[in-house]
Each structure stands twice: as structure tokens, then as C-alpha cells.
Ligand binder design. Structure first.
Ligand SMILES: Cc1cc2nc3c(=O)[nH]c(=O)nc-3n(C[C@H](O)[C@H](O)[C@H](O)COP(=O)(O)OP(=O)(O)OC[C@H]3O[C@@H](n4cnc5c(N)ncnc54)[C@H](O)[C@@H]3O)c2cc1C
Length: 452
């Protein structure tokens, strides 16, 4: 007789860990299986290592501001191996944090591979190949996603995805980044701030295509100022590893473009990890984008749920965690959690950052909504001026007095978007925002124009 659980979760990323935590808090017996590192891609190859790196490059870039503030630093330089140690240390802290959450909640953990063999059974295989079958009332798929590589492009020691680039032990003097969306511009910011020659190649006619055009324009201006060469409307044709560097061939405006660099980073999207054979054996429906789920994150097979990147859509850690809370809450009879994709904030952690929740101006226009746009500039905020934050703005979108979306470009945008995410998800009106009192002086006073 196999051991019986209320929940078996496959995948120990933000989605899997959040399901485990909520279910265990409801006194359910929970097993979570992870084949690699606790905390998932987010902790080991995504959100956390990249933000640790960007913190280092931002401090280095900000040193230039200090002179204007009367602080003279003789000569600053970059120690890439120390930066890598910081990255590794922060990843370790994050992984231990995920493990602690699971241990404190009383979740049983197993390190190895999980395979669903029936709607109520999972085969667990450890690294020595030893297998065991466990049964559960509910099975949660939280397998995540993998980088998408363009057909005809081969990964090598110098042609890398975001996974590989995080293992670099020396700072390349030049890098070609294919893809000017979120992950591409974050890495472009990091390498350019540390002094590498960065070239972005993007097939579309702009970078950060999903975000507000004006914000993307400001980011483009700042990246260009940093020395990043941005080639939009440029189609990659080939990428060759020469043994000492890379050579890229591309088409731009009908002309051939050849660029050489030390390394190439492919940021051409991510795809849900679909173990199609396993899904098909179980009759679980999926599309190319991800596993199909209903509003409670259940697949078409009763008792089998899926959360996070494996379901396609916005591939974000906090979205995975919110889906997970809704799924676990639903199973445990707690309907207090809710999920609406429209209310998931998204952030580009470049410098400046771009953060958004809800509608962009373009989406409102495309849907023919009559909206009022209110813009507030960083240059009118005294803390932004005192801290030499440079350019930035908040763009808030009201429809019939209701806040339906906001985008911020500028320093600390990731933190500033949090109260607006609360306001948008609670469908707050301008009248309600008028009771919002903001501390003075603070960057948050940038919201005063939304409340006046
Ligand atoms: C470079 C980069 C930067 C990013 N930055 C951000 C950011 O700043 N903010 C943000 O919100 N998101 C960011 N993301 C996206 C974020 O990492 C993902 O959206 C998030 O990790 C998805 O969580 P998840 O739980 O769905 O899956 P994952 O975090 O992908 O976890 C899935 C886990 O399942 C395990 N697994 C897979 N198959 C099996 C199996 N058969 N048995 C056992 N275990 C298995 C994997 O080993 C993995 O650990 C970034 C991603 C990348 C690549």
C-alpha cells in the first residue's frame, strides 16, 4: 500500500511552495517533490540571481552621482568574482528561505523526480534511481518553464540562455543580447553598467513591446546613454561560436548586419515545461502555451491541478504563488483568495525600472475605452531631485473615475507600483484615493496628482 497524502506537489518553485504552505496551514498532509533546487527557477536561475547582480551594477553606476553630492571616491573598480559570490550567497539565502517555509509549515519534502502515473498516484524517483509510488487526493503540477531557443541556433560555451549566462565567471568585454524584452533588457542593464559593450537585437520595432510606449522610449534613451546599441526591426539569421567569440548575422532594414562579441545571450522567451507524453497518458489537456486550467487552477482531470509557468500566460513568480493560493484555498474550502490576471503587477528591473498593473494606455485605446490619463513626473518630486534619480513618471489610467491601470518608469518603480496594485485590484475610485495621505517628503508624493 503506497503512502497517502492530501496533496502531492511536483515542483518546488514559487507556485509549488505556495500551494504547500497554504495546504499545510489547513492541516493537510502535504508532500512536495523537487528535482533540482528549492525555490525553483525563481531562486536559482531567475528573479533572485538577476536582482542580486543588478544591485551590484546599480551601486557601481550610481557612484557617478556621488561626486555631485560632494563625495569623492578615488577609483572604483569591478571585482566580478566578488559580484558572483554575492549572487551565490543571495541565491543560497533564498533557497534556505524556501526550505524553512516548508519545514515550518510541516510539509514533507523529497528531492528527486515526480511523475504522475494516474490521477491519484505519483512515482517518485531519487538520484540513485530508486522509485516509490505515493498516492494523493490532489496532485499539483508546478513544473515551471524552460528557455525557448530559436530554431537553427545551437547553444555552446559562448552562445547561452539566461541559465548559462548566470554561470559566467568572468565579465565579457562585449555581449550580443538577442531579444529586447524583460530578461534581455535586465541583462543589458547589468552588463552595460559594469562597462561591457552591449548590443541588443530585437525583431520587433521597439523594446519591451508589452509595456507603455513612452516608458519603453525612456528606457531606450537611458540604455543608449549607457552605451547599449539597440537594433530593433532586426532579424537574427545565424550565431556562430568561433572558439574565441561569437559572430552574428542579421537582417536590418533589408541590409545585412554582422556583429562580433565575446558571448551571445539568447532571451527569446520561455516556454512551459510540457511533459507531453505524461500529460497525454493521463488525458490532461494542454496547448502549445501551457496546461489548460479552470478558474480554480484544475485541469480537465478531476483532482489534478496546475499552477505557475506551466500554465502559460504571464510567467511571473508572484503570479504562480497567487494561482497556488487560489488552488489550495479552493481545495481546502477557503474562498478568501482570488485571482485575476489583470491585477498581477509586472516589473522590468532595468535602470530605470518599469512597473505596471492593469491597463496600459494602448490597451485602453485598443479596447475603445474612454479614459483619463494622469501623468506625474519624477522631476516634480523633491526626493527624486535630492537623490538625483533622473527622469521618470507615473501614468495612471482612470475610466469613469475608477483606476484601471498604472505604469511607472523610474527608480524604485517596483516598490511604488505596490499601492497602485492594491488600488487597481480593489477598483478604487478617485474619490477614495482622495483620502490617501502620503508622507512628506517622500517619493510616494508622486501620487499626489492622482489624489488632488
Ligand atoms: C532570468 C529570469 C529572471 C526572472 N525574473 C523574474 C522577476 O524578477 N520577477 C518574477 O516575478 N519572475 C521572474 N522570472 C520568472 C520566474 O522565475 C517564474 O515565473 C517562476 O519561477 C515560476 O514559478 P513556478 O513555480 O511556476 O516554476 P519554477 O520556479 O520554474 O519551478 C519549477 C520547479 O519544478 C521542478 N521540476 C520540474 N519538473 C520536475 C519533476 N518532474 N519532478 C520534480 N521537480 C520538477 C524544477 O526543478 C523547478 O525547480 C524570471 C525568470 C528568468 C528566467
Amino acid at each position: 500500500m503506497s503512502e497517502k497524502y492530501d496533496f502531492i506537489i511536483i515542483g518546488g518553485g514559487p507556485g509549488g511552495v505556495a500551494v504547500a504552505e497554504v495546504a499545510a496551514a489547513k492541516k493537510k498532509r502535504v508532500l512536495i517533490i523537487e528535482k533540482d533546487g528549492w525555490g525553483g527557477i525563481c531562486t536559482h536561475r531567475g528573479c533572485i540571481p538577476t536582482k542580486a547582480l543588478l544591485s551590484c551594477s546599480k551601486y557601481f553606476a550610481d557612484l557617478k552621482k556621488l561626486k555631485r553630492m560632494g563625495i569623492n571616491i578615488a577609483e572604483a573598480s569591478v571585482d566580478f568574482s566578488a559580484i558572483k559570490k554575492h549572487q551565490q550567497q543571495i541565491v543560497k539565502v533564498s533557497a534556505l528561505g524556501a526550505q524553512k517555509v516548508l519545514a515550518d509549515a510541516g510539509v514533507e519534502t523529497k528531492q528527486g523526480t515526480g511523475e504522475i502515473i494516474s490521477p491519484q498516484e505519483v512515482r517518485f524517483t531519487d538520484s540513485s534511481g530508486k522509485s516509490e509510488i505515493f498516492s494523493a487526493q490532489n496532485i499539483m503540477i508546478a513544473w515551471g518553464s524552460v528557455p525557448q531557443v530559436l530554431p537553427g541556433i545551437n547553444l555552446t560555451e559562448r552562445v547561452l540562455t539566461s541559465d548559462g549566462i548566470l554561470n559566467l565567471n568572468s565579465l565579457p568585454s562585449s555581449i550580443i543580447i538577442v531579444g529586447g524584452s524583460v530578461i534581455g533588457v535586465e541583462f543589458a542593464t547589468f552588463f552595460a553598467e559594469l562597462g561591457a559593450k552591449v548590443t541588443i537585437v530585437e525583431i520587433l520595432d521597439r523594446i519591451i513591446p508589452l509595456e507603455d510606449q513612452e516608458c519603453a522610449d525612456l528606457l531606450k534613451q537611458e540604455l543608449t546613454r549607457l552605451g547599449v546599441a539597440i537594433n530593433t526591426s532586426t532579424k537574427l539569421e545565424s550565431m556562430k561560436d568561433t572558439g574565441t567569440g561569437v559572430v552574428m548575422q542579421a537582417q536590418k532594414d533589408g541590409k545585412q548586419l554582422e556583429i562580433s562579441a565575446d558571448v551571445a545571450l539568447l532571451c527569446t522567451g520561455r516556454k512551459s515545461l510540457l511533459n507531453t507524453e505524461e500529460l497525454e497518458k493521463l488525458g490532461i489537456e494542454y496547448t502549445k502555451a501551457g496546461i489548460k486550467i479552470d478558474k480554480n487552477m484544475m485541469t480537465n482531470v478531476a483532482g489534478v491541478f496546475a499552477v505557475g509557468d506551466v500554465t502559460g500566460g504571464m510567467m511571473l513568480a508572484h503570479r504562480a504563488a497567487q494561482q497556488a493560493k487560489v488552488a489550495a484555498g479552493h481545495i481546502c474550502g477557503d474562498s478568501n483568495f482570488s485571482y485575476n490576471e489583470n491585477f498581477i503587477p509586472s516589473v522590468v528591473y532595468s535602470h530605470p525600472q518599469i512597473a505596471r498593473v492593469g491597463y496600459t494606455q494602448k490597451r485602453a485605446e485598443d479596447e475603445g475605452l474612454a479614459v483619463e490619463i494622469i501623468k506625474s513626473q519624477y522631476s516634480a518630486n523633491i526626493i527624486a531631485r535630492a537623490e538625483l534619480m533622473g527622469q521618470g513618471f507615473v501614468k495612471a489610467i482612470f475610466q469613469q473615475e475608477k483606476l484601471i491601470g498604472a505604469t511607472i518608469v523610474g527608480e524604485d518603480a517596483a516598490d511604488l507600483i505596490a499601492p497602485l496594485a492594491l488600488a487597481v485590484s480593489n477598483e478604487m475610485t478617485r474619490k477614495q484615493l482622495k483620502s490617501w495621505v502620503l508622507p512628506h517628503p517622500s517619493l510616494s508624493e508622486i501620487f499626489l496628482s492622482l489624489t488632488s
